[in-house]
Design a protein around this ligand. Structure first.
Ligand code: ADP
Ligand code: ZN
Length: 627
């Protein structure tokens, strides 16, 4: 238990280490952050950087990447330079560090001249432990010249995938960071990211000149996120039901494909009494900023947004991410849903899905001016997300499998695990649809095909004389909804293809032939009936406590109110004071003394001194006379 992984005698002998008070990483973790133990590979990374080595850290969102460079920054002599692409991210991190009593600052375009000068003076005096900067500033000659005069503890590169042209967020400014390595060859460099498929990862490694043993990679699983996909039927009402039954008063993000839908949905939610704001590239920069600030600083706000929103949002208590439209790939889905539950408490990733969406996206893609090779990749990506939506298997297994990670057993925390889907032998149904498609000339869409199968002599059916076909009326054993589900699943299985001709006409693929000939069987999932989702019986995140009783909820709300007041007074987001999980632990343990409070995860020395009494008083008031 007590054995330290680090050879302290060695470290203490290092000249730069000796001048800072000798503390172990664990001591810093406990005293400064108030966390009892390291997570995942944090300790191994910290150890490597402390020894002067480099590290590329790939951990899922919420995995705790920041600590990997913050703790070495506190232990090594000099200032750590943290390269970060977004102003909002820098502000958040610096706010959070200051709350911990750490000397941190950022330099970016949001500061006035004199504010900048003050920070530069502090740097010259060696007062800062961490400095956050944007890459474009970092690489200016003036800044590089200044840097030569400081002792640099380490260089940390946040969102390191931005350096790779393979990554989805490539930023040209990031390319120059490689030069920085050459200018400061003896300074350890640590690059962190949550997204890195193998090519991106190799690209980062190569550009920064990292060796293979510099790589620290952990699994992608986010066990506290519950995945749910529902078939789209009046999506606004479905969303409202989901919000009211599962996330009353919670903060969350609702993603839509178009700006118009964002505006409509946000306005509609407000009419329903839900505090919701829109966010998309069509709003002015000032509006976007204002909405984002409110989302970060207030409790329980719903942000309805296009994918323009989210990068650099590290609000830990986003309790749900809802998709009203299907994201364009499984990577995008993973990244967007990953913004939920950074704090490790239970969170939901919820999506409504329809074949119409997929057809619309295929059409957008085909109509775009992109090169054919690009379209091919994008089409493939779209197919993987359709496969994810239609799977009768554990969704987490499908998701992780896509990232090359195996999850041995079904997760127990996704809709297909919680309400196992029934499957049925759909070979005959598939053959009926297929022959109907062939006999009508492979040029009609879902609605018409279903009319023919159900024997509905609509005008259109009569006009094309489809009421005389042998397939007319052969499908009355299923309802129109069930036929829609059959067609959707055949498309998902690549047995049928939707033409992007503006009519959504459906054709057979080559793979359909064996099914049509009876040489191959098909299994379908029954669309589960919309069940009232059960309240969570267990907290999948393990140690996480969720207040359930009225008394516990009342205390939790009171603690949240206090946190909000304290945050407003200082102009910082509430979560930099305490996380929800820390408040929940106060409810669970009801500490009565500062010493007891100090044992709660997330309460370090400085926060105990600043806020301990105020929170103890609230706990006491609610514990002495339970309502
Ligand atoms: P990432 O950058 O990987 O998305 P962060 O570094 O922001 O994640 O960490 C997510 C949250 O988890 C932060 O609030 C952080 O303080 C907390 N955290 C990090 N490491 C630990 C730990 N060892 N124990 C408890 N909480 C931790
Ligand atoms: Zn599952």
């Amino acid at each position: 238990m007590m054995s330290s992984v680090i050879d302290w005698t060695l470290l203490a002998a290092m000249p730069d280490f000796a001048t800072k008070a000798v503390r172990s990483p664990r001591q810093v973790l406990r005293e400064v952050y108030g966390y009892p133990s390291f997570r995942l590979k944090q300790e191994a990374v910290i150890q490597r950087v402390l020894r002067g080595g480099d590290a590329l850290v790939i951990m899922p969102t919420g995995g705790g990447k920041s600590l990997c460079y913050q703790i070495p920054a506190l232990l090594r002599e000099g200032v750590a330079i943290v390269v970060s692409p977004l102003i909002s991210l820098m502000q958040d991190q610096v706010d959070a560090l200051r709350q911990l009593g750490v000397q941190a600052a950022y330099l970016n375009s949001s500061l006035t001249r004199s504010e900048q000068r003050r920070i530069e003076e502090r740097l010259a005096r060696g007062e800062l432990d961490l400095l956050y900067v944007a890459p474009e500033r970092l690489m200016t000659d003036a800044f590089l010249a200044q840097m030569q005069g400081w002792t640099i503890a380490l260089i940390a590169i946040d969102e390191a995938h931005c350096i790779s042209q393979w990554g989805h967020d490539f930023r040209p400014e990031y390319l120059h960071l490689a030069d920085l390595r050459q200018r400061f060859p003896d300074v350890p460099c640590i690059a962190v990211t949550a997204t890195a498929d193998a090519p991106t990862r190799r690209d980062i490694q190569q550009r920064l000149g990292f060796a293979d043993e510099d790589l620290f990679i952990t699994g992608f699983d986010r066990p506290n996120i519950r995945y749910t996909v529902v078939v789209k039927k009046n999506p606004k009402q479905q969303l409202l039901r989901f919000l009211r039954s599962e996330h009353d008063g919670d903060a969350g993000i609702v993603y839509c494909l178009s700006r118009k839908k964002v505006d409509d949905t946000a306005a509609w939610l407000r009419e329903q009494g839900i505090e919701a704001l829109p966010y998309h590239a069509g709003l002015s920069a000032a509006e976007r900023q204002a909405h984002q600030d409110r989302f970060l600083r207030e409790e329980g706000l719903v942000m309805v947004a296009t994918v323009a929103f989210g990068m650099g949002i590290d609000k830990p208590n986003v309790r749900f991410v809802a998709h009203l439209d299907v994201p364009r790939s499984l990577e995008a889905y993973y990244q967007e849903t990953g913004r939920a539950g950074r704090d490790g408490l239970p969170a939901d990733a919820w999506m409504t899905y329809s074949l119409g969406d997929v057809v619309a996206m295929r059409k957008m893609l085909d109509d775009s001016a992109a090169p054919e090779a690009h379209k091919w990749t994008e089409r493939h990506k779209l197919n993987t997300i359709v496969g994810f939506c239609e799977t009768p298997r554990c969704r987490r297994q499908v998701l992780l499998n896509y990232f090359g990670e195996a999850l041995d057993a079904p997760c127990g925390n996704c809709d297909t695990c919680l309400n196992p889907v029934e499957t049925w032998d759909g070979t005959e149904a598939a053959q009926k649809v297929m022959s109907c498609i062939v006999r009508t000339g492979q040029r009609f869409g879902t609605a018409h095909l279903i009319d023919v199968l159900l024997g509905k002599a609509t005008d259109k059916v009569r006009r094309f004389r489809h009421d005389r076909l042998p397939t007319f009326g052969v499908g009355t054993e299923l309802s129109a909804t069930e036929w829609r589900s059959v067609i959707r699943q055949l498309v998902a299985a690549d047995l049928l293809a939707v033409e992007v001709d503006g009519y959504g006409s459906i054709k057979l693929t080559e793979a359909a032939v064996p099914v049509l000939k009876g040489a191959q069987r098909v299994e379908f999932r029954k669309d589960p009936r919309p069940v009232k989702t059960k309240k969570r019986a267990t907290t999948p995140a393990g140690e996480a406590f969720v207040p359930e009783t009225d008394a516990d909820k009342a205390l939790f709300d009171a603690l949240r109110d206090l946190r909000l007041t304290l945050a407003r007074d200082q102009g910082v987001p509430p979560y930099v004071i305490f996380h929800d999980s820390t408040l929940a632990a106060m409810v669970q343990h009801r500490p009565t003394t500062p010493a007891a409070l100090r044992t709660i995860s997330g309460i370090g020395q400085v926060k105990l001194e600043r806020y301990g009494d105020a929170f103890l008083q609230v706990v006491q008031a609610h514990t002495a006379s339970p309502a």
